[in-house]
Design a protein around this ligand. Structure first.
Ligand code: DON
Length: 573
């Protein structure tokens, strides 16, 4: 963020810039741990989608682990108790902050397309996308990254061995866990697909039917896989008997994975997206996530407006117009940065945001069809997040996924794990919506070894006075949920407020605002419609946000779990 660009912006004088630079300095010095005397939270916060995972994280902290060891325990436990949402058959992004030196990176364990994948692999003879192949069964699965990511975390950042941090997950997989409301509800949606794959049906259903809440699920094969990893590290998954079972199961059911694909999987560290918003540094997910670029772009557009002080209709309108423009860019430019050149610097620059802002009318919606780029278009829940701050100030924001509820619903026999259906996050055909209605073009077309574009947005907000850890599942809506959470944090609210806020969303195509039923009053809906917005109020809520915050001024550590699903748990101790 250069001075000249900032000074050119309306309503922003040199004094503001000077104060911002000074604060930035303070923030940077304090994030190195050097400035604030004895600045350690002293307590640890973990907020995740399942009480057993939150408890597993604290168990590992109590054994002398740090936030990164706890992240392994939470991730692997979620992989057992929340098969709707993530698993070792899927992938993840862990955004980490090391307190000792302020080092920040994102561990990218996103799934990777197998070698035999190709651009048209989901198209039928008429060139239409076969949605069943794209989301159900083994052909929908990318090569899983989660285990490689867990090993990377343990080896490079943890204090304990990988084997130690995996123990809670192994124990729970053997002893069993109770079906909760989310499992029950999501199984209602996926049961017919689960029934197509006998190994999955055998362990995830009760006598072939949807198990009631409280029914105990045991996953001994998954415990065995985790034990192989505990003994041999990631090699215990990507080669040897586990890999053989994975490849055999996938290929016998019509998939294309090979032993070489598994052996070729590598974890990557990526530099986070960073930008200033007010007095806070946004640190968030870079490509192959689209989340960080989009959030930075939206915040840059909004920054000159006193956004949290505006009347609700105008506030919503401006946020929606910024969302619309960022999702347009997501569709056109974003993809795996190892395969396509993503213009990150341009998209996250103030100069670019100034241009976008200039095209926003304060009183009228801009139809998406009027935005440049739209002519390329021909036509046209499940994942998990947790947040950790440990007693030393290390932080982890992690979003993990198998994509749709229960992933592809395919379980290779003898493994207890569900194969993801992350290949649907690629654009199977230009401009054709995926399961989240998201569109994409060449930047996100399928190629061997490429990673599908994600919306997962694990995020930190780093200020001299406060640090926040935030994220959520929700497909294409992740970006806008995290954005609304950030604005609520900026307003001075606590994690409990960010996670329970009513939500609204716009993603360029379709050209409509969708909102949870408690978001707008009837008058506000009328006000937005009068500006030309289409508003769709949904009766079902979305997202499952879990956040944590350290207030350096009061020394308090707080955390919040989304009230939309009862199994989530935030524990500070
Ligand atoms: O990586 C992504 O963006 C998606 N696979 C996330 C899917 C998701 O959040 C589903 N949740 N409701």
């Amino acid at each position: 963020m250069g001075e000249i660009q900032a000074a050119d912006r309306p309503g922003r004088g040199l004094k503001t810039i000077f104060i911002r630079q000074a604060l930035l300095c303070l923030v940077l010095i304090s994030s190195s741990g050097a400035l604030i005397a004895g600045a350690k939270p002293g307590k640890a916060a973990i907020a995740s989608a399942h009480y057993l995972a939150t408890e597993a994280g604290h168990e590992i902290l109590e054994q002398g682990g740090n936030a990164f060891d706890a992240a392994i325990a939470v991730s692997s436990t979620l992989a057992v108790v929340e098969p709707t949402s993530s698993g070792i058959g899927g992938g993840a992004f862990w955004l980490i902050h090391r307190a000792s030196d302020g080092f920040q990176t994102m561990i990218d364990a996103r799934e990777q397309a197998p070698a035999a994948a190709h651009k048209d692999m989901y198209l039928d003879e008429e060139g239409n996308v076969n949605r069943d192949l794209a989301v159900n069964g083994p052909l929908a699965g990318g090569i899983p990254g989660e285990i490689a990511g867990l090993e990377h975390l343990a080896k490079n950042y943890g204090r304990l061995s990988l084997a130690t941090s995996l123990q809670p997950a192994i124990r729970i997989a053997r002893e069993g866990f109770p079906v909760d409301e989310k499992y029950h509800a999501m199984m209602g949606w996926r049961i017919d697909t689960i029934k197509r794959w006998p190994a999955a049906a055998e362990v995830l259903l009760a006598d072939g039917e949807k198990p009631p809440v409280g029914h105990i699920i045991k996953l001994p094969d998954l415990a065995w896989v985790l034990e192989q990893v505990a003994e041999r590290g990631a090699e215990g998954f990507y080669s040897g008997p586990v890999a053989e079972r994975l490849v055999k199961g996938v290929r016998e059911a019509g998939g294309i994975w090979t032993m070489e694909d598994l052996a070729a999987y590598v974890v990557k560290e990526r530099d986070p997206i960073r930008t200033m918003y007010g007095d806070y540094e946004l640190v968030t997910a870079p490509p192959p996530s689209s989340g960080g670029v989009a959030i930075a772009e939206i915040l840059n557009v909004l920054e000159p407006y006193p956004i949290n002080d505006l009347a609700p209709v105008l506030r919503t309108h401006l946020i929606v117009e910024a969302m619309r423009r960022a999702y347009r860019d997501r569709a056109i430019y974003l993809g795996d940065p190892d395969f396509v050149e993503v213009p990150v610097e341009m998209l996250t620059s103030q100069y670019y945001a100034d241009g976008l802002r200039a095209s926003i009318r304060p009183d009228r919606a801009t139809p998406s069809s009027m935005l440049a780029g739209n002519d390329q278009i021909q036509e046209g829940t499940d994942t998990t997040h947790f947040s950790i701050i440990d007693a030393d100030g290390n932080m982890v924001a992690a979003t993990l996924t198998v994509n749709l509820p229960f992933g592809s619903a395919f379980m290779p026999p003898g493994t207890g794990l569900l194969v993801n259906n992350e290949m649907d996050d690629f654009s199977a055909k230009e401009g054709e919506p995926n399961a989240f209605g998201l569109i994409g073009f060449q930047a996100n077309e399928i190629k061997p070894f490429k990673r599908p574009l994600s919306s997962m947005s694990p995020t930190f907000m780093i200020g001299a006075d406060k640090r926040a850890v935030i994220g959520t599942p929700g497909g294409g809506r992740i970006i806008t949920m995290v954005l609304l959470g950030i604005l609520d944090f900026i307003k001075g609210n606590e994690p409990e407020s960010w996670v329970s806020l009513p939500r609204f969303h716009h993603q360029y195509v379709p050209d409509q605002i969708s909102a949870e039923s408690n978001t707008f009053s009837p008058e506000q809906v009328e006000g937005l419609r009068a500006m030309g917005h289409e508003v769709e109020v949904r009766d079902r809520p979305w997202g499952n946000m879990h956040g944590a915050m350290w207030n350096l001024e009061t020394g308090e550590v707080t955390a919040g779990s989304d009230p939309r699903w009862p199994s989530g748990r935030a524990i500070v101790k």
